[in-house]
Design a protein around this ligand. Sequence first.
Ligand SMILES: Nc1nc2c(ncn2[C@@H]2O[C@H](COP(=O)(O)OP(=O)(O)O)[C@@H](O)[C@H]2O)c(=O)[nH]1
Ligand SMILES: Nc1ncnc2c1ncn2[C@@H]1O[C@H](COP(=O)(O)OP(=O)(O)O)[C@@H](O)[C@H]1O
Length: 198
Amino acid sequence: MQVLPIQSGATTKECPPQGRLIVLTGPSGVGKGTLMQALLRRHPELYYSVSVTTRSPRLGEINGKSYYFISRNKFEQLVAQGEFLEWAEFAGNYYGTPREVVLDHIRSGKLVVLEIELEGARQIRATFPSALSIFILPPSFPELENRIRGRAQDSEDAIARRLRRAQAEIEAADEFDIQIVNDDFETALNDIEAALFG
Ligand SMILES: Nc1nc2c(ncn2[C@@H]2O[C@H](COP(=O)(O)OP(=O)(O)O)[C@@H](O)[C@H]2O)c(=O)[nH]1
Ligand SMILES: Nc1ncnc2c1ncn2[C@@H]1O[C@H](COP(=O)(O)OP(=O)(O)O)[C@@H](O)[C@H]1O
């Protein structure tokens, strides 16, 4: 007996585009931002959600591109108005994902990618069970410290806070759908692509 394919190409084309939320998380300094930039360069069709933060801009960061930089008062006002899909406090600053713009892009069929810390990623897992969550791991803890120091953009105090938090974050890796070790950069990038498009 001949087995026919279940779906023809024509049927697939008639389906409405399927939007999805993708979450990239992992400890500070593991390379999430660098991986995300490379991913966006290779796949301009992805929609990257620019977060809102109360942290001060680093050298070269542009308001509206890296983050929307706002005051704590303003952030708290936005929280009270329910403007965030998720938000968290990290190393003394607030970070949040704007709700409406993300939902609009998912509704219009886009793959929407978030690069956020652990607490926010947990909130997304709870509220969006269909989201794909990817946890990026460092090859080792000393290498993570090297990367944070190598970036040379944080004070000693901020580095210490990030490292303390990183240990606990790494222990949460298994809560997420996929774990990828960012040792060789190209390999890690290919692994993310495989998770998204493979
Ligand atoms: N929950 C949450 N975390 C965010 C958001 N935007 C960025 N983060 C995370 O906040 C942490 C600190 O970010 P940042 O100050 O830019 O430092 P870096 O990513 O460690 O270089 C990182 O783990 C980011 O992924 C957000 O909208 N929500
Ligand atoms: N696979 C890798 N091997 C070596 N260094 C890396 C790798 N991936 C990222 N880095 C470097 O590590 C540092 C931290 O990366 P970053 O993307 O800022 O991390 P995060 O966004 O997770 O805080 C940067 O200097 C970046 O160039």
